[in-house]
Design a protein around this ligand. Structure first.
Ligand code: SAH
Ligand code: SF4
Length: 411
């Protein structure tokens, strides 16, 4: 296939068309709790008797209306707006690149300013439209300190935690770009109901290990699920972890979102190799934490992610052990065909093997959807996320894409 044809597979929108106001050095009002907002406003001289009302106004503008400019806050007095502008920011992150896959998946490369003495960082956020729903895949860290052997993100050197603002901004920005904030009001002043929303679900399955950035992830997710703001139900938010056991308990108690576990192996011996954090938190402890996760039922199940690696973890013997391991846990098993990346030694299991594996666990009573790879042509699929600073040179990329097409056809 000619290089030009390969390039045309993804519609790449370059930065100047979508670049928004760069973030300022001013502290952002996005991604902080109501209590902290109260404190900040009082520090800047907002009278105590007004401050609750001011915070409610700001909350509404930021999270229901989605404005990113103080001047759009029409029911806030001019003086107050000037004061807010002088001290704070509500700007969105900078979009370096927006790509649209030929299957409708979108990927944004976002740049965040340095924190402290560091340098600017870039992360990726992915939107996956499906029949009747749309899922936003959010990153929690730049890179990842864990080194799961099949994951591209784990090979990235530069690592830092994203702030709560940076985590939440991914949702706000995606809603901006998808036209997902309500613009119309009914005559009574109520906002047109949120039906037809493009982003119905969020998954913390982008770059990073969310439970190594617990406080910021918690703050961002509690704001995303706040009923007076973004209002995403906690049942529609899924946090995926490689198995940081103490924080799994905390997630259940303090955040209350749905849980996904990157399992990938059914013996400690193999899991130690694929997901090395297993050496610290072995399967027995991990399974105990899962069993204790609050609120589990058939309607609220834990998702176990299982990447299908040819001749590594994909035998029917593995499937049998998997069923045993999960016995008694309300669970669904998400089989993920391995997404290759340049330099990896793993291969994706053959399709017949994936289906046989799925059939086996299905017969044992578990839902076992096979996750269709999405956005492969723009490297947006699981485990392929990696920021610009470390991305492939274009020639490597073209060669890689040609390889992908040869291996997988036009999926
Ligand atoms: N760090 C968290 C969340 C991000 S990874 C975690 O590990 O759970 C999201 C999912 O993609 C995880 O289940 C991860 O194991 C899986 N994944 C990583 N690399 C992959 C690859 N190359 N192909 C398929 N899935 C992959
Ligand atoms: Fe980190 Fe998750 Fe990748 Fe493992 S699979 S290296 S925990 S991002």
């Amino acid at each position: 296939m000619a290089a030009t044809e390969i390039l045309n597979r993804a519609d790449v929108v370059k930065a100047p068309q979508v670049r928004l106001a760069p973030q300022t050095e001013k502290p952002s009002l996005i991604g902080i709790s109501r209590e902290d907002m109260v404190k900040l406003l009082v520090e800047k001289g907002v009278p105590e008797r007004q401050v609750k009302m001011r915070v409610s106004q700001l909350w509404h503008w930021l999270y229901v209306r989605g404005v990113s400019d103080f001047d759009q806050m029409s029911n806030v007095s001019k003086d107050m707006r000037e004061m807010l502008k002088e001290h704070f920011s509500v700007a969105r992150p900078e979009i370096v690149e927006e790509q649209v896959s030929n299957d409708g998946t979108r990927k944004w490369l976002l740049r965040f300013p340095p924190r402290g003495a560091g340098r600017p960082v870039e992360i990726e956020t992915v939107y996956i439209p499906e029949e009747g729903r749309g899922t936003l895949c959010i990153s929690s860290q730049v890179g990842c300190t864990l080194t799961c052997s099949f994951c591209h993100t784990g090979t990235q050197k530069l690592v830092r935690n994203l702030t709560a603002e940076e985590i939440l901004s991914q949702l706000l920005l995606a809603r901006d770009r998808l036209g997902d904030f309500p613009e119309r009001y009914t005559p009574q002043g109520a906002i047109v109901p949120a039906e037809g929303r493009k982003i119905t679900n969020i998954v913390m399955m982008g770059m990073g290990e969310p439970l190594y950035n617990f406080e910021n992830v918690k703050t961002a997710l509690l704001i995303a699920s706040d009923g007076d703001g973004l209002s995403l139900s906690k049942r529609r938010i899924t946090l995926s972890t490689s198995g940081i056991v103490p924080e799994i308990y905390r997630t259940g108690e303090e955040i209350g979102v749905m849980l996904a576990i990157s399992l990938h192996a059914v013996t400690d011996e193999l899991r130690d190799m694929l997901v090395p954090i297993n050496k610290k938190y072995p399967l027995k402890e991990l399974m105990q934490a899962c069993r204790a996760y609050p609120g589990l039922s058939n309607a609220r199940r834990i998702t176990f992610e299982y990447v299908m690696l040819k001749d590594v973890n994909d035998s029917l013997e593995d499937a049998k052990e998997l069923v045993k391991l999960l016995k008694g846990i309300p669970a669904k098993i998400n089989l993920i065909p391995f997404n290759p990346w340049p330099g990896t030694n793993y291969q994706c299991s053959d399709w017949e093997q994936i289906e046989a594996f799925a059939d086996f666990i299905n017969q044992a009573g578990y839902a076992s959807p096979i996750r269709t790879p999405r956005g492969r042509d723009i490297l947006a699929a699981c485990g392929q996320l990696k920021s610009e600073s470390e991305r492939m040179r274009k020639v490597d990329r073209l060669a890689f894409e040609a390889m992908m097409i040869a291996n997988h056809g036009e999926d």
